[in-house]
Write a protein that binds this ligand. Structure first.
Ligand code: PLP
Length: 383
């Protein structure tokens, strides 16, 4: 029997709108030919706008976000080519792990969990280590909900002539990220978070500067090799501009969600996500919670909350799922058992989603007899 769907308030995948979902159930079409190529190119063009780039090459690679990260790192690293990864969480560490399979020279700078990467330390490191050729960083560190200063680090990398790779898997489409203006050479995201489509596609935008390095790099295999994707985009441009059987329904769904995103307007979206994040943070504080990340570092897609000594995270998550049909997430790595995380992307980035969640959390607190420190949230909303 089909289970009643839960409201997804996890840090991805996110729920998708009905018209986007309907594309997944539409008839499968052939992945080549004039008609399909037009649809594919239109989707790439829409993605180009969301990336805020003029880069000629944006690839839609069937796979998850990690496929895009592996393609970017594998196509720019080899042997002893040096990469720096500033790390402030689980996904920064993941970048290091992927990079280490392609290069023997992976340097890291570790930052405190919950703080953002400090551009000054990155600058000093690069000045002292001019042999670093590539830097990779997460934009939103999804494990804690910290937004890293991509714009500042982009300027530093550009000055030092270091190739800049950004993992925007949990930010692009929901938080401001100007690929070209911020000097991001390779920007990677996935379909299932800020882009509000089902999981299944990695999106990779590659700058002309990045191509210079990619051309000098030995092949990291065939599928996740950016050279392969470029070759087919050029050689088979008019009928099959990618090397594999494209995930046609995922592309149709992504096209629909990108149209929605651009119809709303990028700046409007970023503003909405930010305002809702502020509302959520304020409301959680009013319930008595401490937030793990300071306001100035907070991402507008994921919020992590200190459970404190009274709240059992598993108990809270189970209550929300069974009684309220809302799914939130625990944390990863060292923060497991200490933080719970709320994703606010897709339909989750709305008062319609946040209010029932907050009422559910408050109800759970009452059930376990926890103090609600200020109780303002309840008062203000029961008038
Ligand atoms: C910042 C970040 N990087 C990478 C990933 C991995 O993406 P995927 O699971 O789509 O491979 C995630 C997924 O949560 C993420 O949030």
């Amino acid at each position: 029997m089909k289970k009643h769907p839960k409201k997804l308030m996890i840090p991805g995948p996110v729920e998708v709108e009905q018209d986007v979902l309907a594309e997944m159930g539409s008839p499968v079409v052939s992945h080549y030919g004039e008609e399909w190529t037009e649809i594919y190119n239109e989707t790439v063009e829409l993605a180009r706008k969301v990336f805020q780039t003029n880069n000629e090459h944006i690839f839609l690679i069937p796979g998850s976000g990690s496929a895009g990260l592996d393609a970017a790192l594998g196509s720019t690293l080899q042997g002893d080519r040096k990469l720096l990864v500033p790390i402030n969480g689980w996904f920064g560490n993941r970048l290091k792990n992927i990079a280490s399979t392609h290069s023997d020279e992976v340097d890291t700078i570790d930052f405190e969990l919950g703080s953002s990467v400090d551009p000054d330390q990155v600058k000093q490191y690069l000045e002292k280590n001019p042999e670093v050729e590539v830097l990779a960083i997460t934009h939103c560190e999804t494990s804690t909900g910290v937004s890293n200063p991509v714009e500042e680090i982009g300027k530093i990398c550009s000055r030092q002539e270091v190739l800049f790779i950004v993992d925007a898997v949990s930010s692009l489409g929901a938080s401001q990220l100007k690929t070209d203006e911020w000097d991001v050479d390779i920007c990677i995201t996935a379909s299932q978070k800020g882009l509000e489509a089902p999981p299944g596609l990695a999106l990779v935008s590659v700058s002309p500067t990045a191509w210079e390095l990619v051309e000098k790099t030995s092949d990291p295999g065939w599928y996740l090799n950016l050279k392969t994707w470029k070759k087919f985009a050029l050689d088979w441009a008019d009928w099959h501009p990618f090397p594999v059987t494209m995930a046609v329904n995922n592309v149709l769904a992504l096209r629909r969600s990108l149209i929605r995103i651009l119809d709303e307007g990028l700046n409007e979206r970023f503003k909405r996500h930010k305002q809702l994040t502020e509302f959520l943070r304020e409301s959680l504080r009013n319930l008595g919670f401490s937030l793990f990340v300071e306001d100035r570092f907070a991402s507008s897609t994921v919020t992590s909350v200190e459970a404190g000594s009274k709240v059992d995270i598993d108990g809270l998550m189970e209550y929300l799922e069974t009684e309220r049909s809302i799914k939130i997430a625990g944390s990863l790595g060292e923060m497991e058992g200490r933080l719970f995380r709320i994703g606010h992307m897709g339909p989750g980035a709305s008062y319609d989603a946040l209010l029932p969640l907050l009422f559910g959390i408050e109800e759970y607190l009452r059930r376990i007899g926890a103090d609600i420190v200020q109780g303002q949230f309840l008062k203000e909303n029961s008038d």
